[in-house]
Design a protein around this ligand. Structure first.
Ligand code: COA
Length: 169
């Protein structure tokens, strides 16, 4: 289904979203998070923020993607980002990334960081489109296939925010 006309709502993740989130996670990652990790992030980790993308205007509403981050001092680390395979290339991943970075700026973040598989060109392109650059490489970071990770960084988040929104924060 295309969502060119439907409205996409970005909101906080709740326990009720977990069955769909776990399904999207399994479809998207070789090493999906177990349910207990989501429960921990939702209840026990004050540094964590998890958001979902939901198609509005249909009943029942449908969760089609999610993003997570940890905010520590002035650094936000994007911990996860995925869109259901049936709904990719419609701007949802970008919307989720922007939403979590905007939230982090509102909390005082100045730097965003993340790791991404060196083979994951679509995600790398998404992050570069928003101004992230490759800062380094972590050898054998992913345990399933020993793949390297790029560490990516976006500095000067408040200027980045002002450029996008045309005002100071
Ligand atoms: C990475 C992911 C979240 C992108 O979500 P998406 O909703 O399909 O992406 P969008 O439609 O918002 O695309 C935004 C930009 O990302 C890049 N991009 C996304 N998919 C791409 C693809 N298949 N090929 C090349 N570039 C791609 C492009 O720069 C695109 O901008 P454009 O449309 O102007 O060209 C999605 O592919 C996914 O869930 N992958 C599996 C999980 C994953 O790898 N997550 C990232 C972990 S670090």
């Amino acid at each position: 289904m295309s969502h060119q006309t439907a409205e996409i709502l970005i909101r906080k993740m709740s326990f009720d979203d977990l069955p769909v989130v776990l399904q999207i996670d399994r479809l998207s990652f070789p090493m999906p998070w177990p349910e207990r990790s989501y429960r921990y992030e939702l209840t026990k980790n004050p540094a964590s923020n998890l958001l979902v993308a939901e198609v509005d205007g249909i009943i029942p509403k449908e969760v089609i993607g999610f993003v997570g981050c940890w905010l520590i001092a002035d650094e936000v680390h994007v911990s996860t980002l995925a869109v259901h395979p049936h709904h990719r290339r419609q701007g949802i991943g970008e919307k989720l990334l922007l939403a979590v970075l905007d939230w982090a700026v509102s909390q005082g973040a100045q730097i965003a960081t993340l790791e991404v598989r060196v083979s994951n060109q679509s995600a790398i392109d998404l992050y570069k489109k928003q101004g992230f650059i490759i800062e380094g490489k972590k050898a054998g970071y992913y345990r399933d296939n020993n793949e390297d990770a790029y560490q990516m960084i976006l500095q000067g988040l408040s200027s980045w925010y002002s450029e996008r929104h045309g005002g100071d924060r």
